[in-house]
Write a protein of this length. Sequence first.
Length: 349
Amino acid sequence: MTDGKVHNLLIASWLESEHVETIRAVDPRVNVIHEPGLLRKPRYAADHNGHPTTRTAEDEARWRSLLAKADILFDFDYTNDQDLPDLAPNVRWIHASSAGIGQFVTRRDYHRRMPNTIFTTARGIHATPLAEFCLMSMLGFSRGLFRMTNLQAQKKWERYAATDLVGRTLVIFGLGSIGRETARLARACGMRVIGVKRTVAGASAESNQVDELVSATDFKAQLPRAEFLVLVAPHTTSTEGILGREELSLLPRGAVVINIGRGALVDEPAMIESLRGGHLGGAALDVFATEPLPADSPLWSMPNVLVCPHSASTSDRENGRLTALFCRNLRAYLDGRSMENVLDVERMY
């Protein structure tokens, strides 16, 4: 990429002007196209889907003309996701604002319809907020947060004994950047952490921030030890339904499940049954089989369930982290070097 060619880089989702200027400063070979008036306005900090509004016919024509000349996209165009390969035939690299784009790309057949395009993910930038969500959830259940808020709502003074995390066993299924950061925080609280990784060849427990490291084939064998279980793996053919009825029954009575991966990892009806029956002590859920979570789902009103509307990963500091990652990749792309977080379509992450 060192031929001096000018690359047209289109910002395809909302990004604050200061971050756009950071991207512009990377290299004069890049023509950064930023038309905030054509982008959906964010509903909250770092919202890359935006308000579900539509463009006027004139604005849509203008937007499509920009797609047609773009070589690089900062994020997918979620307003034209089905037609993107046809509308942006010159794009050779798309950098996503999300980490889990494997299903998104394959369902739209981008990898076949855009065979010359590189897809990179935002893997790593959500590690801190997601790990903190896991720690918050474990502390919430161990320290009796739900009982505390219920008593407060009733203005009822009733002392009780909770427990603590020291010496408790946490099993983490998925040891990417999020899993490792979750393990680090848990060990700082004195927990014993078992990490489950797809392959463990050449990996060490300490480098993965865990006390024990096992392969995914040994996942079931670890469940009877899991007082807390964190699911943080992507949705792939091998992880779909990884926590089913049998696996739930192997957990010790009173265990807590925290799912920050994808809803498809869990047999949701079986989990609800286990929660109702008292075998599963609680669940903190950021992802669900159907999103938004239907109003008639029993999960909304269960006293031992924390429902988070797929917001555990979001942070008002996200766009700064995303921009820093994108700029590193942009420099690598222009120089013909390997980029970070290139999507492996076969593995879907």
